[in-house]
Write a protein that binds this ligand. Structure first.
Ligand SMILES: [Zn+2]
Ligand SMILES: [Zn+2]
Length: 166
């Protein structure tokens, strides 16, 4: 999946591509469903070319709170500048700057998506998780457990008090 950036002759070219995770080597990372790239290739008067847009994908996850499997959205904004006058390929803030006109789109999208995988996985922001005592999924049922929450500072005071009483 290589593209020649200079082959875009229009000032603005719209890209809208769907492809399978296999196509960019992401099936082993747990990516599922189609991956969609929506972007624009913008050609400047100079020889600079921008590729700007967003890539949207899905990954099989397990919720950190209730441990249930779910399909999580993974999306990432992409911004790449092709500038033959630059010296090296580098990254500046949110922009990848490349000097080679031939872009390995598969590799670029794969790297972008791998960075976009969230470190915390929640099936829902309101997920109630599991009861720490009986382990039921509190999204599906409630339980009779009474959760005692003891302020650790109060706990310390109690200890000190009992020691003084000894
Ligand atoms: Zn959950
Ligand atoms: Zn419980």
């Amino acid at each position: 999946m290589k593209i020649e950036l200079s082959s875009f002759t229009e000032k603005i070219t719209k890209l809208d591509k769907d492809f399978e995770p296999e196509a960019i080597g992401l099936e082993e990372e747990g990516f599922v469903n189609q991956i969609n790239l929506e972007a624009h290739v913008i050609k400047e008067e100079t020889n600079r070319i921008w590729l700007e847009g967003q890539v949207n994908a899905h990954i099989n996850s397990n919720c950190d709170r209730c441990l249930e499997p779910f399909v999580e959205d993974v999306s990432q904004k992409i911004r790449l500048l092709f500038d033959p006058k630059e010296k090296d390929n580098k990254q500046e803030e949110d922009t990848f700057i490349v000097t080679s006109d031939t872009l390995d789109l598969a590799k670029f999208l794969k790297d972008s998506l791998l960075l976009a995988i969230p470190s915390k996985h929640l099936c829902d922001p309101k997920c109630k998780g599991l009861c720490p005592q009986c382990g039921v999924n509190l999204n599906e049922q409630s339980c009779e457990c009474e959760i005692e929450s003891i302020d650790p500072r109060l706990e310390k005071l109690k200890e000190i008090k009992s020691k003084m009483e000894d």
